[in-house]
Design a protein around this ligand. Structure first.
Ligand SMILES: NC(=O)c1ccc[n+]([C@@H]2O[C@H](COP(=O)([O-])OP(=O)(O)OC[C@H]3O[C@@H](n4cnc5c(N)ncnc54)[C@H](O)[C@@H]3O)[C@@H](O)[C@H]2O)c1
Length: 321
């Protein structure tokens, strides 16, 4: 296979902000069809990206188009049945985070993918941010990451639950990015000590955890949606070296007690100032397309995503109430 023929289900805001722009930059990716229930979004997206076929019913798209892969960029609580239909047709499948709304949904999706020989990927884009990759590479030159931190703060104090009117909880819907990145930095999880709180709202909005990993590393999740602003930063530490990474801005690398850090800007690491490039979306899309062409498992395949959903489950289960 030289090019991957793609059908995209979903022409909403995230798909338009990052996935269509990324796919249009990848020469091996050919978007043949787009599907959305909303006729305006459908038409505008098809026109903007010169996509030949438009559908409002995904079943007719799957029936009529000859596709190698489907991008399913939909509200997470509405995608399960569609994902199963794609997998049963043997289509390689990219979905956004969260990969379903429970660990058991993710596990079933992984089972269907394996049964039908599909390559799958979840859009855990933080792992693909060029600055994060560069920082990890530098830190790991000194050995394994023995301590890591994922911090995710936001300022959302609405009484109404924020994600799809509460259909998906805050940890599973969005803090999951920080949880998945901890796994990426720390490895296989061994134990979880956690706290889940409700600060000023009638739903859980602060999740903190200390996670020990099988290699002896320790990781910290710090998240709170009642904080002053959006701050989403990471730390990686190895022998005599530390990286403090803000993917929106820059990484500071401290070595051997020096108070003068090496500074790497996120634009420099990505060689771009475009959001979908420096925030990892182009790289994750390139990874998926390459894996489909080479018939190998993407780093964030559904089977791997089960582990992130398990960690989410443990953060709830191990928190004293
Ligand atoms: N990785 C990230 O940083 C990031 C950021 C934002 C959103 N997301 C994820 O992206 C996904 C989409 O979020 P969004 O904000 O773009 O949502 P959205 O509501 O803007 O878009 C979803 C689109 O899906 C369409 N749709 C719904 N049901 C459909 C169906 N049966 N057939 C065809 N089209 C259908 C809707 O009409 C809508 O246009 C979510 O899973 C979200 O968590 C990820």
């Amino acid at each position: 296979m030289r090019t991957v023929k793609i059908g995209v289900i979903g022409a909403g805001s995230h798909a338009n902000n990052v996935h269509y722009p990324s796919l249009s930059m990848i020469k091996e990716a050919e978007v043949k069809a787009v599907c959305d229930l909303n006729p305006n979004r459908l038409r505008m997206t098809a026109e903007k990206y010169s996509i030949p076929s438009q559908y409002t019913d995904y079943k007719s798209m799957l029936e009529k188009e000859e596709l190698d892969a489907v991008y399913l960029i939909m509200p997470p609580h509405q995608l399960y049945d569609i994902a199963v239909d794609c997998l049963k047709q043997g289509l390689n499948l990219f979905i956004e985070k969260p990969p379903g709304i429970t660990r058991s949904q993710t596990e079933s999706l992984a089972w269907y993918a394996e049964k039908h020989g599909c390559r799958t990927m979840v859009g855990f884009n933080r792992r693909f941010i060029p600055l994060m990759r560069r920082a990890r590479e530098i830190v790991e030159e000194r050995g394994f990451i023995n301590q890591c931190v994922s911090t995710f703060y936001k300022n959302i104090l609405s009484q109404e639950p924020p994600y799809y009117s509460g259909a998906v909880d805050v940890l599973t819907s969005d803090v999951i990015h920080a949880v998945d990145t901890l796994r990426w930095m720390g490895g296989e999880v061994s134990n979880v000590f956690s706290s889940v709180r409700r600060l000023f709202v009638p739903y859980d909005n602060s999740f903190n955890a200390m996670i020990t990993f099988q290699n002896g590393a320790v990781g910290f999740l710090m998240s709170n949606w009642a904080a002053g602003s959006r701050v989403h930063v990471f730390e990686m530490h190895s022998k005599g070296i530390s990286a403090f990474v803000n993917p929106n801005d820059r990484a500071l690398i401290y070595r051997d007690g020096s108070s003068e850090p090496e500074v790497i800007s996120t634009f420099e690491a990505a060689e771009s100032t475009e959001f979908h490039v420096y925030y990892g979306f182009l790289s994750e899309n390139m990874h998926f397309i390459r894996c489909v062409i080479e018939d190998r498992e993407p780093e964030t395949c559904f089977r791997d995503a089960v582990k992130t959903m398990e960690l989410v489950e443990k953060i709830y289960a191990n928190a004293p109430r």
